[in-house]
Design a binder for this molecule. Sequence first.
Ligand code: GDP
Ligand code: MN
Length: 391
Amino acid sequence: MDLFEYQAKELFAEYGVPVPKDKVANTAEEAREITTAFAAEGIPQVVVKAQVKTGGRGKAGGVKLAANAAEAREHAGNILGMDIHGHTVHTLWIEHASDIATEYYASVLLDRSAKKPLVMFSVEGGVDIEQVAEETPDALIRHHVDPLEGLSREEALAIATEGKADADVREGVADALVALYEVWLQEDATLAEINPLIVTPEREVKALDAKVSLDGNALYRHPENQSLADSENEDPLERRAKEEGVQYVKLDGDIGILGNGAGLVMSTLDVVAQAGGSPANFLDAGGGSDAEKIKQAVQLILANDAVRAVLFNIFGGITRGDEVAKGLIAAFDEIKPTVPFVVRLDGTNDVEGRRLLQEAALPNVHAAKTMNEAAEMVVALAAGKPVGAPA
Ligand code: GDP
Ligand code: MN
């Protein structure tokens, strides 16, 4: 769950990561008013920053310095509505402009293979950090933290020293690292990143940019962060699925997929892709899906207009084949789908399930014996080619 820069900076401020003074604006006029107010405090220069959940805003023209309120208004007008890598700008961040002497990089993330938090620091900041890692790997310090001990100030100071931060700002860098680690830890973030972490000519250390991703699965521990779960950017179908308690992820293809158990669904996606098809979704109906739940799942899959054929891949364990068949029959009764279905039923009560489907003689439903056969059938059907006789 990615946060906007301004949301990340609000968290930074809470934990003592130094950030410039700033305010959100939703219109060009608001940007002008904020800048006028800042100027009254003696700082007329601001940066107008597009709030979109993607990097490289600077290069795309979404970050502009303004010398005064009129300029801020003009930049705001230009940036609002701009498309940055497929994200439309609706919100701006108006920030006191900072003078920059040096740009560093700092981040905290979870290194899953090491099973430890990883703190990264580099004096080569302000640029794409993947590029630094590739071209000058020695300039990127990678330090694993003992998850039970946390990041001590001594450790942070050692990171700043090893990373060759200017000697006079190492204390400031260490403080910022410790505070950044606290944001990451306390907020259950998966990533907390500052690029650039700047040093001003006055030798102050400040986070000029902020990127925080929160672990959506830990949201229940942070009810105050619920409002950050920006539902306007969420896919409406995924939101509906979440409300219904269905494990659904929308994908870009045209073949609807339903299976029981995440592992089986993932293999189904692979097999469909191997057969030359493109899945429209991931949907795990879960164990013990009853008829009502299957009906709900079918409705969800078909609510995606891109779907041209649907594959049901059920391996009965806890889930009973006859229940799935009943659900499908009930769904067809109610929804009367216009796209073809391929059903592969195997395992618990599969014979009974297939018998029910046969008796119902649903229009445009095809039975397959194996997963590969099912995948090939559904790919052909999605492409508008006929396959065998309906089940
Ligand atoms: P990004 O391009 O999405 O990573 O956005 P950033 O917030 O990192 O801003 C891009 C670049 O704009 C930074 O690397 C800085 O070089 C520049 N920038 C941002 N804020 C200021 C500022 O207050 N003063 C100056 N001089 N440059 C800034
Ligand atoms: Mn940046």
